[in-house]
Design a protein around this ligand. Structure first.
Ligand code: ADP
Length: 227
């Protein structure tokens, strides 16, 4: 596990936090994992539109950081080289973000299921997160066609101006990082807790495959009373 010395101050209790519902200690979650460009963000955003599912993208949370802050600069440093942010910093930032969103009643941890996009990303993050997450299922968006991934990332670069999609070298490095670190994440969860989805398909079919698994588990379907 990589070392990290940046302190993120613990949030002070506020009137809002005191008003909030009693929070579960561990947030119920689905994990979306897959190589850069495999469509985690697309599927996460669609699923997050369904009432009682809450999409959280680790990459978007990092990108929303003020780059004048120390943690914002750390993010720029790692992501522009195609590297992951150190695990402990990532996990602390993750929890701070979710708690802040729960304080604002945007994310409602007592009734919402998290749809986690890009986090945890390796076994070490998964281990650090066991105290924060009750993982229900992991969806692996598999896209073995690397050239297709690179094409998708190049298109994304043109649209979004993302630093980490800017050069082919960085893109290839990110795919390698994924192959080394993220694939081990799959082994971290028992086979019954994960499903591989063919992410070379059109997005609507990928969505249908994910929903088929969700719908087969009545415990994961919010009751109408929770709407
Ligand atoms: P992609 O899936 O295309 O790699 P993301 O938007 O998920 O893109 O992530 C962008 C960058 O944010 C990553 O390259 C990395 O630097 C950082 N990042 C995102 N998620 C994590 C994570 N779980 N752990 C560490 N760094 C992360």
């Amino acid at each position: 596990m990589r070392d990290c010395r940046i302190a993120i101050p613990a949030a002070e209790p506020t009137l809002l936090t005191r008003m909030s519902q009693k929070r579960p200690e561990r947030y119920r979650s689905f994990i979306l994992t897959g190589a850069p460009g495999s469509g985690k963000g697309t599927q996460g955003a669609i699923l997050g539109e369904i009432p009682r599912f809450y999409h959280f993208s680790m990459g978007d949370a990092f990108r929303s950081l003020d780059t004048r802050t120390e943690i914002g600069q750390e993010f720029v440093r790692y992501s522009s080289a195609g590297q992951l942010v150190p695990d402990e910093l990532t996990v602390r930032f993750f929890r701070t973000q979710l708690d802040a969103r729960a304080d604002l009643h945007d994310f409602k941890p007592d009734i919402d299921i998290l749809v986690l996009d890009g986090v945890p990303r390796n076994p070490s993050q998964a281990a650090l997160m066991t105290e924060h997450l009750e993982v229900l299922h992991l969806f692996h968006l598999s896209c073995p066609n690397r050239e297709q991934l690179i094409t998708r990332l190049r298109k994304r670069a043109l649209k979004s101006g993302r630093l980490d999609d800017a050069s082919e070298e960085v893109i290839r490095h990110r795919i390698r990082t994924y192959e080394e670190e993220t694939k081990e994440l799959l082994e971290y969860y028992p086979a019954g807790m994960r499903t591989t989805i063919d992410a070379d398909q059109p997005p609507v079919k990928v969505l249908a495959d994910i929903l088929r698994v969700v719908l087969a588990n009545p415990d994961w379907i919010p009751s109408p009373a929770a709407h």
